[in-house]
Design a protein around this ligand. Structure first.
Ligand code: C5P
Length: 424
C-alpha cells in the first residue's frame, strides 16, 4: 500500500518515526511529508533514512514531478500523526499553503488524523468544531490518549502509541492488521462509521399528568449515551435525542444533543431528522401510554366530608409507536439511502414465552433490521453499569454479549450495524 505519512510540529513527532518504522516493516511504501515546524522537532535525515525517500515540506521543490497533486492522488492511505490544532484547522478549512495540506486536498483515499496537543487546545471550541467538520467529511480522527503531556500536566491530548496508530490507520484503510505483539486497540476504534450519520434515542420519556406530576420509567439512559459515544469514536456524526437520563450527555462536537421530554416530542424530533441519517438506534424507553388529559393546574386532594379516601382515576391513551412508524415509512418509500433501523426490547420471561421468544416475536412485529433484547427485572439492566444483551437479526443466529459494561455492549451493537450496512 502507498502511504503518505504527514508529520506536523509537535513534540510527539518522534513517535511518528516509530510509526514509520512499523509501516515499512509491515511492507508498506511510505512517503513522509513533514511540515516546516515538524522538522524543528525531528530533522529530514531521520525521515529520509527511515523511509528511504526524499522529504520536502513545500510545493516549490521537485516541480516537474508535481508532488503536490501526485502524492495525494496516488496514495492508498494518508495518515497525519501527530496532527496539531493548526493542521486540523487548516484541513477543516481547505487551506493549502504547504505540501501536506495540498496532499490532503488531492487525496481521495482514507485519511486518518491523530491529534496531539495540550488538553486546553484539544478542548477549545475551535478545535472541537474542526474535528467535527473533518469527521463529517469522512476523516478518521483518532481520539488522543490521556496521560502525561509535555510539561508536568496531564489530560487528554497525548498521541497514542505507534502500534495503536498503525492498527487504527490500517483498519480505516480496510487493510489487514498485522500481528504486532503487545498492541492494544483500547481507546481507539476503526473509523468504520466515518462519514455516517447516526441517530440514537436515549433515556426514559415522561408523560405529564399536571404541571408537577408525570408518568415515567426507570431507564437511566446509560446504554443510549454509551452508544452515542461509541458511534462518535468510530467516526460517525451523531444526533442524540435524549429524554430523561441520569448521567451527563457527551460534550463532543461530533454529538448533537436534542432534548425531549414526552413520547410525542421524541416522535417529532426523530421523524424530523430520520431522513438525514444512515442509522437510527432506538434505545429510548418510550412510554406506551400517556394521560388522556393534561391538567393545567395541580390535581388537588379532595377535602370534603367523606372524600379523604378518594383518589382520581387517571385515564390513559396509547402513544404512537415511533419505531414501528419509521419502519413503516421506510417500507412505504424505500430508497437506497434509507436508514438502518435498530430497536430495543426490555423483556421479562413469563408463562407465554421466554425472553428470547418474546424478542423474536417483537423483531418480526416491529420489522426493524435488528433488535437488542435486554432481560429486565429488579436490579437487572436498568440503571446498572453492566448488562447482558441478546442481538437478534432476521435470518441470523442470536449473538449474546455480556455481562459487560455498556460501552462494550454499545460497540457490539455498532459491529452489528456495520454488518447490516455491509450486507445491504
Ligand atoms: O414495544 P416495545 O415498547 O417493547 O418496543 C421497544 C422498542 O420500541 C424500543 O426500541 C423503543 O425505543 C421503541 N418504542 C417506540 N415507541 C413507543 C414504544 C417503544 O419507538 N411508543
Amino acid at each position: 500500500m502507498r502511504v503518505v505519512l504527514g508529520v506536523t510540529g509537535g513534540i510527539a513527532a518522534y513517535k511518528a518515526a516509530l510509526l514509520l518504522r512499523l509501516f515499512t516493516e509491515a511492507g508498506h511504501e511510505v512517503t513522509v511529508v513533514p511540515t516546516e515546524a515538524a522538522l524543528r522537532f525531528v530533522g529530514a535525515p531521520t525521515w529520509e533514512a527511515l523511509s528511504g525517500g526524499r522529504v520536502q515540506t513545500d510545493v516549490w521543490s521537485n516541480i516537474t514531478d508535481v508532488p503536490h497533486v501526485r502524492l495525494g492522488q496516488e496514495a492508498d492511505l494518508v495518515v497525519v500523526a501527530p496532527a496539531t490544532a493548526d493542521l486540523l484547522a487548516k484541513a477543516a478549512h481547505g487551506l493549502a499553503g504547504d505540501l501536506l495540506t495540498n496532499v490532503l486536498l488531492t487525496a481521495r483515499c482514507p485519511v486518518v488524523m491523530a491529534p496531539a496537543m495540550h488538553t486546553e487546545m484539544w478542548e477549545h471550541a475551535a478545535t472541537r468544531a474542526n474535528v467535527a467538520t473533518l469527521r463529517e467529511r469522512g476523516v478518521t480522527v483518532v481520539e488522543p490518549a490521556s496521560g502525561r503531556l509535555t510539561g508536568a500536566d496531564t489530560g487528554p491530548g497525548r498521541l497514542p502509541e505507534p502500534e495503536v496508530l498503525l492498527e487504527a490507520a490500517l483498519a480505516a484503510a480496510g487493510a489487514v492488521v498485522p500481528e504486532v505483539p503487545g498492541t492494544s486497540l483500547e481507546g481507539v476504534r476503526p473509523g468504520d462509521l466515518a462519514g455516517r450519520r447516526v441517530l440514537v434515542t436515549a433515556g426514559g420519556t415522561r408523560e405529564a399528568l399536571d404541571p408537577v406530576r408525570y408518568l415515567g420509567n426507570r431507564s437511566s439512559g446509560k446504554q443510549g449515551i454509551a452508544l452515542a459515544r461509541a458511534a462518535a469514536e468510530r467516526g460517525a456524526a451523531v444526533t442524540l435525542v435524549v429524554a430523561h437520563v441520569e448521567i451527563p450527555v457527551p460534550e463532543d462536537p461530533s454529538v448533537e444533543v436534542v432534548r425531549v421530554e414526552s413520547a410525542r416530542q421524541l416522535q417529532d424530533a426523530v421523524t424530523a431528522r430520520v431522513g438525514e441519517h444512515d442509522v437510527v438506534v432506538m434505545a429510548a424507553a418510550v412510554a406506551d401510554f400517556r394521560p388522556a388529559t393534561l391538567a393545567t393546574s395541580k390535581i388537588k386532594k379532595a377535602h370534603g366530608a367523606g372524600e379523604e379516601d378518594s383518589a382520581p382515576t387517571i385515564e390513559l391513551v396509547r402513544n404512537p409507536d415511533i419505531l414501528a412508524g419509521i419502519v413503516a415509512d421506510r417500507a412505504a418509500s424505500p430508497r437506497p439511502e434509507s436508514p438502518v433501523i435498530i430497536g430495543f426490547a426490555a423483556e421479562t420471561g413469563d408463562e407465554s414465552g421466554s425472553v428470547l421468544e418474546h424478542g423474536r416475536a417483537k423483531l418480526a412485529r416491529k420489522g426493524c433490521d435488528a433488535l437488542v433484547v435486554n432481560e429486565v427485572g429488579e436490579g437487572v439492566t436498568f440503571g446498572q453499569d453492566e448488562s447482558t444483551v441478546h442481538l437478534l437479526r432476521p435470518g441470523h443466529p442470536e449473538v449474546v454479549v455480556g455481562p459487560a459494561d455498556k460501552g462494550t455492549v454499545a460497540h457490539a451493537i455498532l459491529d452489528l450495524v456495520h454488518d447490516v450496512i455491509a450486507d445491504a
